[in-house]
Write a protein that binds this ligand. Structure first.
Ligand code: SF4
Ligand code: SF4
Length: 178
């Protein structure tokens, strides 16, 4: 049996009741991920989108999750305060059936990376009303799994060093569409 060790997982907790729809989270996220960094702030490039329901003034921040190769078969409907929301409204996936969470120029899927390299996710830092807060929890991890992940990371890093991040991203996007 392989040894277990623990690791701290950070997640962002969303308090919809506190969100006032200021969209500071969208602005800082798109700005942080702009190339060069902070050179523009187009919310269409943000990895967090704030869904707004104008009649009841409800705002729901949604984070970009994994890319889905195909539309899902079973869809959910949401009813909040008696209003029925579009079945895809709060979905986190970039998928072929909608435009959300896709880079507007290239169409490549976007995914929240928790602002890699930063001490704290910037959307959390910029949310002045604490609608977004960080939660930490300890989870057990498998040493063997960790080793495999390290190998994948090393392999990817050498590909990026050799061919550049754009070519590697294009290739991954092409493979995931197959
Ligand atoms: S920064 Fe906070 S309050 Fe403003 S839209 Fe984003 S989650 Fe809502
Ligand atoms: S954690 Fe960072 S990458 Fe993720 S949505 Fe917030 S600002 Fe964007």
């Amino acid at each position: 049996m392989s040894a277990k060790k623990t690791k701290t997982i950070k997640t962002i907790k969303i308090d919809v009741d506190k969100c006032n729809g200021c969209r500071a989270c969208e602005v800082i996220c798109s700005s942080f991920h702009a190339i060069p960094k902070y050179s523009n702030n187009n919310p269409a490039r943000s990895r967090i989108r704030v869904i707004h329901e104008p009649l009841r003034d409800v705002y729901v921040p949604v984070y970009a999750g994994d890319y889905a190769v195909a539309e899902c078969a079973g869809r959910d409907k949401y009813i909040i305060d008696g209003k029925e929301y579009d079945e895809c409204a709060f979905c986190r996936a970039a998928c072929p059936s909608r435009e959300e969470f896709k880079e507007p120029d290239s169409g490549l899927p976007l995914k929240c990376d928790m602002c890699e390299g930063e001490e704290e996710p910037l959307c959390v830092k910029w949310c002045l009303v604490d609608a977004l807060t960080i939660e930490e929890r300890e989870v057990e991890i498998d040493d063997e799994e960790e080793e495999k992940r390290d190998e994948i990371e090393i392999g990817l890093e050498s590909l990026v060093n050799r061919f550049g991040i754009d070519k590697v991203s294009d290739l991954i996007a092409q493979i995931s569409k197959k």
